[in-house]
Design a protein around this ligand. Sequence first.
Ligand code: ZN
Length: 103
Amino acid sequence: MMESLECGFCLSKIVNRKSYRKVNSEEFSCALKTIGLEQSTINIVCTNCFNRLYKLKIFDNDVKDKIVKLIHGKEALVQTLRDMPGVKRSSSITPTQSGLHLK
Ligand SMILES: [Zn+2]
């Protein structure tokens, strides 16, 4: 017999061992912080809430990957344009000026 457990997010009853997941690990600390919780605040969640939290975790990773790809794409584009003969002849830009301007 399982002790009475409830989802740390939606407070629904956990009915069996397959209907919950533990989220108090380092793996989810970033996603939990994003919604304003400390890693140790919530121990177990139902599978529905786990799927939502997992999506949030993956979302953060996807955003990072996309930003890295965009930055590399920009660097390649800047280099292509700088290598064009007309640009080389008339440019006074130094190579250090290719950084992001996110203001
Ligand atoms: Zn839940």
